[in-house]
Design a protein. Structure first.
Length: 154
């Protein structure tokens, strides 16, 4: 839980300090300072789909997997950025290869992508991740894939 608190405090500091000119300069050119002096490092960047913004909402959830645990195939109505806090996560979105994402690494899921694999890669150690949802409409954050209509289905 300390990791989550540290991450959330860091995000808050980043948002509060966004008006600071030196911080803005580093965000625009993160390698302008030697690595030992950098306060800000881009951990992940991905273009988001077009959003209308009328009901824009960000939600962050923590997902915890015990050894060998996994989720059923599912879908999310909006873009999701995952950040692995602990362990290694196996992940696969339909149409993409399965990937291993380790603590400190991030991954992206497109809106309505079918998340075929979401699992702890270890049979002996726990794993956890933060899922950042960016939605522009009200809907459940996750839907069982058996209830999601596939293209061409009614």
């Amino acid at each position: 839980m300390k990791s989550v608190a540290t991450l959330l405090i860091g995000l808050t500091v980043l948002l509060i300090g966004a008006g600071e000119p030196a911080l803005q300069a580093q965000l625009q050119n993160p390698t302008a300072l030697p690595a030992s002096k950098q306060r800000v490092k881009v951990a992940f960047s991905h273009a988001l789909p077009k959003l209308d913004g009328s009901q824009l909402q960000a939600t962050v959830i923590q997902v915890n997997y015990g050894p060998g645990e996994s989720s059923y195939p599912h879908s999310h109505p909006c873009a999701v950025i995952g950040y692995v806090l602990e362990g290694t996560i196996r992940t696969q979105v339909k149409g993409e290869p399965e990937a291993l994402v380790r603590a400190g690494e991030s991954f992206y899921e497109p809106p309505n992508g079918v998340h075929l694999v979401s699992a702890n890669a270890s049979q002996t150690q726990p794993a956890s991740l933060l899922a950042f949802f960016v939605c522009d409409h009200t809907a459940p954050l996750s839907t069982d894939v058996s209830t999601v209509a596939q293209p061409g289905e009614k």
